[in-house]
Design a protein around this ligand. Sequence first.
Ligand code: PHE
Length: 496
Amino acid sequence: MSQKETDLSQNGFFGHPLGLRTLFFTELWERMSYYGMRGLLVLYMTIGVIGNPGLGWSNIEANAIYGVYAGMVYFLALPGGWLADNLLGYQKAVLYGAIIIMLGHFTLAIPLEQTFILGLALVAVGTGLLKPNISSIVGQLYADDDERRDSGFTVFYMSINIGSMLGFAICGYLGERIGWHWGFGAAGIGMLFGVLQYIYFRDKLGEAGLYPNAMSQDRRKALRFWTITTILFFSAIVITGMFGIWNVDPVFFAERFRDFLVVVSFIYFGYLFFFAGLTSSEKKNVLMLLLLFIGAAAFWSGFDQSAGSLSIFTRDYVNLSFGSFQAPVSWTQFLNPLFVVMFAPFFAYLWIFLGKRNLNPNTPIKFAIGLIFMGLGFIVMLYAVEYALISAPVGVQWLLLTYLLHTFGELVLSPVGLSAFSRYSPKKYLGQMMGLWFLASSLGGVLAGLFGGEATESGLTSMTPIFTELIYYYFILAVVLIGLSFFIKGKINSSQ
Ligand code: PHE
């Protein structure tokens, strides 16, 4: 290889390794398909939109299914990460994940009710394989001391948000205006672009994430056997469910899934604290991470109302006509990724600015600020509901302000959370601790479905009490985090 080629492979994408470009576009198309489809999901399951009826399920059931789906997507990041570590290697895990996601969206594009759950299950399994592992490869593109690593993750975060903008715009329009299954099919085509691009440019990744952990042939065989058995077992459950052999109430299922996630999280933290042989300072860090975990789950449970209760509110009570043009309901969700792209540089600059003056707030305080923004967003929604009770539809400015506040919360909390989990985790357990970060999103997702269902159970009247409850819960958690931040002051200081 000539010198010039080597340089290009190291700096060929905005000063980053060319492999980042491969991952950037894979993640972009994956998020396009994920958010594009997710934006339609609850609308489709309930009464649909004007001129395009949905399945007619109740708000509470539809939200519960949405919650289980959102929860599963991130819960499966744990086995997805494990499979990549032990059997597949990260590169293959991303490839298989992307193909399974694509097949899932194409399954959803079949206009049959029976294949609906199968489609959702495939997308969830595929995302579990792709999402955690693609981020791991990003990290592996850089040597440990490479200063471009953080900025590489920032570039990668942009792909997430550009992808979601595309998804809401394209799948939202096609799904609501032409037909639901066209929207789902478009998500599949988006993922197809991602798959082709990944296959074509995979060589740019070099050896980053190519090989799984070394182990004996026998052990690998045993792991493979148990993996295949587990896959067959769960496939049988999904397929028998499809044929109506068993039936379960979605709300009941969502509640049990929530309990399961809470128990798994506490066992995980309990094990780390009591049995992992950590030093006392490592134990203190684990306690702080537990607190951040609770804060993050609470945050995502409000954030994910976007495709749940907020989507239903938008459809039923918000005026989306601009002159003679009527905007699709899911287009309003475009606001979050748009605001992320617009304001991310401002927040990055703010922390540097405060850091220079020694005023950069520590991680628990940043989490508290994130939760306060979340609460403020719901205070705005309380006003929107109040006005809608007097005379609906209300203007779109309420959503604009709510999503702006929620995005500010995301920008304060999400990157700091990720960096805290990678920085304060006991080193031996790093991979699993990243899994815990996804578990917080998972718990947040299922809680979002449950809260969103209760909030929309009986139109506007059920929204005020649930949103008020959420506001209390954010503010109380924020106060606890601020209180504890003094307690652990000095120990923790995040530079992000
Ligand atoms: N917009 C982010 C994404 O899709 C939200 C998120 C943060 C999801 C953290 C999971 C974990 O990636």
